[in-house]
Design a protein around this ligand. Sequence first.
Ligand code: ZN
Length: 305
Amino acid sequence: MAMRMIDRIKALQERNQKSGVGSFSGGDIFFKFTEGTHHIRLVGEWVTIKSHWIGPSTYNKALLFDEDEFKGENPLKRSVTCSNFDTQTEMTVEHGKETCALCALNEAAFSLLRDKRLSEEQRQSLKDIMSSARPNERYFFLCIDRDNPEIEEGRNGFKIIEFPKSLMEQWSLLVQEHDDTDCISDENGVDWVITKKKDGAKTKYTISYATSGRNIKQTPLTEEELAYERPDIRKIMGKQADMADIYSRMLDEYRDMLDDAGYKPPVSEKEGESQGSGNGQPSASRKAASAPKDDDNFDDENVPF
Ligand SMILES: [Zn+2]
């Protein structure tokens, strides 16, 4: 009997291995911070993206959508790329071309706040709406995860890593202190030691240079690493949200606020969207260019404050 069970377990393991389920842990193009220490080689430029965290979270005091909208068949993404921010140029779109319903709501709440007749309670609820609707900057790099460089079973490659704001600030200071403009270049870049630690309700990140003896350890990319495919972060993470859809699913009271403020949703892009952004990218990079299924790949700790 016992033997039979062991055989069954073996068969299960084999099946899982073949289908890539279960047995293979970690291989993913999206780096995920777990608690503890990570050894990371940052590569290339970082990309800034603006997004709105609209999912239920302890930070979101005014949930702008019914919680059920984040579940089920066609769930809302909890993190929505701001359509007022051009990911290619990393600049705000021209005045008059703004389409972001969430930025519009943020502004509508802000202008209502000017009314001096508001009660303290009304003021607070407008402030809550503002904090739930405002955009946040997010920062992404390509990296080699030294602890687990696999992006799929048996294949190493660059991963996309998100730096939470506090980590980005620390890293920027560190680089400034060392006047180290070359620290993420292919030739002269270095490895970093990053630690994630829970401290009560807060999560703390610390970053330092990886060292070798007393010196900063330089880690020029090897031939193999230079040959890794470089995923297009802007394309993968900057995919624009369908603002017409977001507007239509917002709770009535907030949609009314938008209407009163004169917001007009863009025409829904749902039709033809699947072909829309194709601009002759080779199919090899296409494979990597599918956005994560859910922004759960990244912690909601990127929400500031
Ligand atoms: Zn926005």
